[in-house]
Design a protein around this ligand. Sequence first.
Ligand code: ATP
Ligand code: MG
Length: 420
Amino acid sequence: MRRTDLFIKTRRQAPADEESKNAQLLIRAGFIHKDSAGVYALLPMGLSVAENIKRIVREEMNQNHASELLMTTLQRKELWEHTDRWDDAKVDVWFKSKLLNGTEVGMAWSHEEPITEMMKEFIASYRDLPSYVYQFQNKLRNEIRAKSGIMRAREFIMKDLYSYSRSQAEHEDFYNAMIQAYLRIFTKIGLGDTTFLTFASGGAFTQFSHEFQTICEAGEDIIYLDREQGIAINEEVLSDEVIAKTGLNKDKLEKLKGAEVGNIFSFGTHKSEQLGLYFTDEDGQQKPVVLGSYGIGITRLLGVLTEQLADDKGLVWPENVAPFTVYLASLGTEGEARNSADELYSALKDQGVSVLYDDRDERPGEKFADADLFGIPQRVVVSQKSLEAGGFELKSRTSTDTKIVSKAELLEILTKSLQG
Ligand code: ATP
Ligand code: MG
């Protein structure tokens, strides 16, 4: 894409009321727009990162036999009354509204109830199971604290998957497969070394749920990590009994700040029984369906990546999620350098390299600063000087070294990185 076609404007200052590093930087770089506290719009570059994260998540969900759908934001009060979760004293993040006829409705903060209710129309026999559905959906939560930028928003994108199984054993197989899928996802996103499976509080059915916590100063959780085993315990459930139960080494637990990027739950059959989701098994018996739910904070991940990787020059994106792979800057708007840059731009596009071509009439310093601020993994500069030295100047976002490479070399390097 040409920079002149890209809808973006960088700014020197973040809004004065923005406290968090992630939102400050993402706003300055023109990736997001702040509407109000905890409410952010994704601008093209921010959307591109979010879509890349979604693509990675989607691939793993599909691999694990799940189907994507999209539920609604407006939800029926009766459903949530049925499971005793309509009351603000039980769920303190509800946004609620009324239809013109006075009927009360809730705004989706979760979809456990509506999806399970819907499943009653689709699940009748053991042949309809197991069933796995997921979505990327905007969740609305009336969060009290909204000081962590897009890491804790009042409106945010979540991936939520719901599993419906015939037996506890069938459920557990899927649950364990999801743990592995989540670990692969965080590795692909670039957070593999710092994200850990974490024992956290469960619910009515199980003692624990599993969170995925990324070590992060801006995170709001405290975790105790056993690095050797690569598993942590959330402070909220930490006790000698839990340490013994989880088999972690008490003497080696490190106390760290974490950001919860994912959370998976086993629900047993409680909710199915409440809502009346039953199936007929092979010998004609009616049984409640075993339920699980699996969340990932898509937009929170954008914030966590920013907090973790950004440096004093700006954003830094891992290649798999970066909005573009290459920032191509031509120095000078006419002459040989410009022609070479135009040609290189076409060649890169032809090879399927995702490239942002800064074709503006701006000072070099301005272009370099933007390449850094945007966090694009590779920068290629085409100037009279580089051409005289034999080609194009290549530099990675995280290194200070530059090297001159020929067009053929450049194409090879960049298409190779494309294949991972
Ligand atoms: P938290 O403890 O941070 O409030 P939660 O346990 O309420 O999160 P879940 O209901 O488990 O969140 O939601 C699944 C995932 O959605 C979380 O693991 C997190 O990554 C993300 N998420 C939850 N709340 C928010 C929010 N307010 N803003 C952005 N992402 C969020
Ligand atoms: Mg959670």
